[in-house]
Write a protein that binds this ligand. Structure first.
Ligand code: AMP
Length: 281
């Protein structure tokens, strides 16, 4: 496994593979790797000749009052975990390599970036689209792997790839959960023991919402969202940012109970903002 830190070397690595007719699978991450990341990596390993994983905490997708500076970093642990897998290269650039002095070319994803998580994280998806575009140009993959955990992100990336004509297959992998249902996330390390228990309310509420959607007893999504809200509010550590029921492809709000749809939510547990979702079909 090669550890590559510069754009030039990464492009040379990928160009060589391409000249040999090899397919490249790409898994972009922000590090502090867990089983959720590894499920993406394993899918890529199974479906491509060579897999490239990037580890880059992208400042452009964090707002001024967010956790960029304290985002969990575990380079040593990441390298140990990753070195046992059949990965061709890890791309590990410094911030100045991706955003050199004077960098000013940013993508704007439009309205899709202003709903759900985009309401509180105004430029988040523009920052994601910018770095993913740059990483695609550097790694030149045939396929790129993203987790359903960040549902809105997968919709934004698929749209980006379609609209800018990247010619990269976007593969969305299912959410990996802890045994008790909590969706794995690098941010779970922020939770105290008490908060960790409280965080289970996200998955419980999603399962409850899904059950109501499929029960045949509910006609509109407003009453389902209210019932989910009541459940979440029963936990004093939980503060709801949003609960929405939207279409799976375009994330448009759904009023009447219809499937397929996806229930998305963001909830703060103490000071930690967690997101989760469940597809109903
Ligand atoms: P991150 O490092 O949090 O930016 O995540 C990198 C990629 O891993 C993204 O495509 C995430 O959606 C995906 N991912 C993170 N957590 C999970 C999970 N629990 N299950 C599946 N994919 C995940």
């Amino acid at each position: 496994m090669q550890i590559i830190t510069t754009i030039k070397e990464m492009q040379a690595f990928s160009k060589k593979l391409k000249s040999e007719g090899k397919s490249i699978g790409f898994v972009p991450t922000m590090g502090a790797l867990h089983e959720g990341h590894f499920s993406l990596v394993n899918s890529s390993i199974n479906e491509n000749d060579v897999t490239v994983v990037s580890i880059f905490v992208n400042p452009a997708q964090f707002g001024p009052n967010e956790d960029f500076n304290k985002y969990p970093k575990d380079h040593k642990g990441d390298m140990e975990k990753i070195s046992s897998l059949n990965i061709g290269a890890v791309f590990l650039p410094e911030v100045v390599e991706i955003y050199p002095k004077g960098f000013s070319t940013f993508l704007y994803v439009g309205g899709i970036g202003g709903i759900l998580c985009g309401v509180s994280r105004r430029d988040h998806f523009n920052g994601v689209a910018t770095v993913v575009t740059k990483l695609f140009n550097i790694v030149m993959p045939d396929r790129a792997y993203f987790g359903q955990k960040d549902y809105q992100q997968t919709v934004v990336i698929k749209k980006l790839v379609r609209e800018l004509g990247f010619g990269i297959d976007i593969v969305v992998c299912p959410i990996v959960r802890e045994e008790d249902g909590l969706a794995m996330s690098s941010r779970n390390t922020y939770l105290s023991d008490e908060e960790r228990k409280a965080a289970l309310i996200l998955h419980k509420a999603l399962e409850y919402g899904k059950m109501l959607m499929l029960s045949g007893r509910e006609e509109n999504t407003t009453s389902i969202k209210l019932k989910m809200e009541t459940l979440i509010k029963s936990d004093p550590l939980a503060a709801i940012e949003y609960i929405e029921i939207v279409g799976t492809e375009y994330l448009e709000k759904i009023d009447e109970v219809t499937t397929p749809s996806v229930i998305c939510l963001a909830v703060k547990i103490g000071s930690t903002r967690l997101i989760d979702n469940i597809v109903v079909k």
